[in-house]
Design a protein around this ligand. Structure first.
Ligand code: CMP
Length: 138
């Protein structure tokens, strides 16, 4: 399986001061940071990033939330990165997230759920290219 995933520390977790603790959890779990930036998505950016969800009833809420403040975007490397990272962050709904996962510790709700992780190797490549040029990935 693939070696990279794309994460975003979402606006709730940035606003609540969790960037440092979340990055510590990520690096302590053996992920290497290949690219990283603090940025804020435009409405157009968020609609493109989440285009796969555009028919979902929560699409408007998702876009409004993701543009509500700065995020940290990062490309992470580890063997079997997609599955390993999804295990680290926990279930989408923080009320269902396992003890010790990032969402269990830091998320507020299913919308304000602290962190994103790519769901496939193919999407990790697409999402990394969305946020970073090849020159920005080390
Ligand atoms: P993520 O899996 O990173 O990407 C899609 C996001 O949509 C998901 O995180 C949630 O934050 C959000 N989402 C999923 N279901 C709902 C919902 N029912 N209401 C609001 N947001 C949701």
């Amino acid at each position: 399986s693939g070696k990279i995933t794309l994460t975003m520390i979402k606006p709730d977790a940035v606003q609540n001061g969790h960037i440092g603790n979340i990055l510590a959890d990520i690096t302590n779990a053996g992920f290497k940071i290949k690219a990283m930036k603090l940025t804020q998505l435009s409405r157009r950016d968020a609609e493109l990033f989440y285009a796969v969800h555009k028919e979902r009833p929560f699409f408007g809420e998702l876009v409004d939330f993701m543009i509500s403040g700065p995020i940290v975007a990062a490309v992470l490397e580890k063997d079997n990165a997609i599955e390993e990272f999804r295990n680290l962050i926990g279930a989408t709904n923080p009320q269902e997230a396992a003890e010790g996962t990032i969402r269990q510790k830091y998320a507020e709700s299913i919308a304000a759920n602290a962190i994103h992780g790519s769901d496939s190797d193919e999407n990790a490549e697409i999402e990394a290219a969305f946020h970073f040029s090849t020159r920005e990935v080390y």
